[in-house]
Structure formats: structure tokens, C-alpha cells
Design a protein around this ligand. Structure first.
Ligand code: DGY
Length: 324
């Protein structure tokens, strides 16, 4: 604790994990959100009155209008996420609002979730579990609940940032042949042996499995569309742990319905938490409610990073992870 943080008024838009809240309240002039309500624009702006910092989450939209409405006292937005697609960074920059995020600390948990989505979808884990829970587990059958192996198959990764690299590292454990498509080729010591494919259209026909781990940007919006799905081999498996809008829902749902794709494992959705209801009726969709980083260790580390960024700002020190 330091003098610079104790008098620094910070509101948190959501209730953070216990260890993080404890440190938050001890170190800062903290305005927590004890009932963990989701704040709309008006409530957020009203609660920010007199605050110098905001700890926000991807559950709030910091668009240009919200940023313009923030009290002039607010100097920094420390987002409890690595993704910043809920923040208008240009508007933040123009207003002189510092934005920080939480890279690195959630890489492993999110890469694990990507493997969970690939494997859960490939093995139709959702159906097997539902059968058991319904008490319908009959006799073992040689033809029962057949999925497909990941071992030895070909995986394409779209977005070879830290999380994509973590997925490549894990995929090696499955003996997969890994390719990646990225804005630029990475130095060999960061590719985990994966092959760079500058042309995604050339990569897709070689992907038995496809993992989407890229940030959501205007270039990646609806990246997985009907045209790209058509390039995948029949029976491919897709996982999305990036952001929902990286996928064009109509195209993905049509491909899962027709059997063009064997399965999809999805942790993120357009409009979440209100996902397209058609996904819920698809037996070949393995669905998770955006739990990519949801482990105690990782969420603590994310929260501590938010506080470290905030404390650095209060002390005029270097930020551990500044975005703008
Ligand atoms: C992130 O950190 O970006 C996670 O997806 C949570 O929003």
C-alpha cells in the first residue's frame, strides 16, 4: 500500500474475485460494486463521479458516447480483460483516457479452454454427458457415441498471439500437425513448430481442426464465413475462443446443420449472453458461456494486473500493460 493509491478513488464495475477485492479495498479509495449488477451507460457514468480510475470488464461497452460522458476526474480505465473490443480506443486516446489491459496472465487458461472446445466438440462430450445425466446410459456399445480423434490430425490456428502459441504448444502433445495464419510470420522460436500460412484460403483445405484465437478487429469480423467454411475439409471441427463476431453465425449454423462441419466448440458468441438460440438445438455444438479465463488462479492474476496498472498510474510509474 502507498500514499499514492490510498487517496486514489477507483470504482470497479463488477465484483472481482475475493483476493482481488481484498487488495483493492486495502490499497485504494475503493468504490466496489458489492451487488455485482451490470451497469448501463447512465449508471456507470453516475457511479464514476469523483473517481480517478475505473476497473471495467468486457460486460460494459466503453463506446465513444460513454467515454465522452465520463466525469473529467476519470484518468484511467483498467480493463479486467486482455481483449479491448468493448472499448473505443480512438475515443479514449482523443480524450486522453489511459487504457490498460491484462495480457499474458490468461494465456494458459484460455489456451486450455481452446483445447477443451476442440476436444469437447470432437468427442461430442455434451451429448455423452447429457445421456449419463438423464440416466440413459445403456450397455456399452462398439458404435456408441463415436467422435473423432485429434491425435495426428492437422490443426489450423487463426491468430498466433500468445493464446494461439499456447494452443500450438498443447497441440504438439496430441501429435498434431500445426499451421497458423497471422497478420505476419513469427520468428521460429515463437511458433512451436507450426507452419506459417500467409494465405488463409490455402490453409483451410488442410485443416481437420480450426482454432480461432485472433482479436476481434474490422479485419477479423465475420472471418469465418460461408466462403471460408466451404474451403475446410468435410467433417472438420472448429473452435472459437476469440470473440463471437469472428464467426458469421448463419454460415456456421448452416454448416453444422448440413454436416459439412462435424462439430464446433464455442466459448464466445455474438451478442452474448444472448447467443443465437439455434446453437442450443445443435447436437454437434459444444457450448461454453465465455469461461476462457475462468480459473481462480487466472482471474486473481487478471485482477492483480488491473490493480498494478492502476497503482502504476497513481504513482506516475511505468504501466505493466498499457494499451493507449
Ligand atoms: C478477455 O480477457 O478478453 C476475456 O475474453 C474476458 O473478456
Amino acid at each position: 500500500m502507498s500514499d499514492s493509491t490510498k487517496s486514489f478513488t477507483v470504482m470497479a464495475t463488477r465484483l472481482m474475485p475475493e483476493a482481488v477485492e481484498t487488495r483493492f479495498r486495502a490499497e485504494f479509495d475503493a468504490r466496489p460494486n458489492d451487488d455485482d449488477t451490470t451497469l448501463d451507460r447512465e449508471a456507470l457514468i453516475a457511479r464514476a463521479e469523483g473517481c480517478r480510475g475505473i476497473i471495467g470488464c468486457s460486460t460494459e461497452k466503453f463506446d465513444a458516447e460513454t467515454i465522452a460522458g465520463l466525469p473529467s476526474s476519470v484518468e484511467i480505465l483498467s480493463t479486467f480483460s486482455v481483449g479491448c473490443d468493448h472499448i473505443d480506443l480512438e475515443a479514449a486516446k482523443a480524450r486522453g483516457l489511459v487504457v490498460t489491459n491484462t495480457p499474458d496472465v490468461l494465456t494458459d487458461a484460455t489456451a486450455d479452454t481452446t483445447i477443451l472446445c476442440l476436444l469437447g466438440a470432437a468427442r461430442m462430450a455434451q451429448n455423452a454427458e447429457a445421456v449419463l445425466r438423464r440416466g440413459e446410459w445403456g450397455r456399452w456399445s462398439p458404435r456408441g457415441m463415436l467422435g473423432t480423434d485429434m491425435t495426428g490430425k492437422r490443426l489450423g490456428i487463426v491468430g498466433m498471439g500468445r493464446i494461439g502459441q499456447g494452443v500450438a504448444r498443447r497441440a504438439r502433445g496430441f501429435g498434431m500437425e500445426v499451421m497458423y495464419h497471422n497478420r505476419r510470420e513469427l520468428p521460429a522460436d515463437r511458433t512451436e513448430g507450426a507452419t506459417f500460412m500467409a494465405d488463409s484460403m490455402a490453409m483451410l483445405p488442410r485443416c481437420d481442426f480450426l482454432a480461432l484465437t485472433c482479436p476481434l478487429t474490422p479485419e477479423t469480423h465475420h472471418w469465418l464465413n460461408a466462403e471460408r467454411i466451404a474451403r475446410l475439409p468435410d467433417g472438420a471441427v472448429v473452435a472459437n475462443t476469440a470473440r463471437g463476431p469472428v464467426v458469421e453465425d448463419d454460415a456456421l449454423i448452416a454448416a453444422l446443420e448440413s454436416g459439412k462441419l462435424a462439430a464446433a466448440g464455442l466459448d464466445v458468441f455474438t451478442g452474448e449472453p444472448k447467443l443465437d438460440p439455434r446453437y442450443l438445438d445443435l447436437p454437434n455444438a459444444f457450448l461454453l458461456p465465455h469461461i476462457g479465463s475462468a480459473t481462480v488462479e487466472t482471474r486473481n492474476a487478471m485482477g492483480f494486473r488491473c490493480l498494478d496498472n492502476m497503482a502504476a498510474h497513481a504513482a506516475g510509474a511505468d504501466y505493466p500493460s498499457r494499451v493507449v
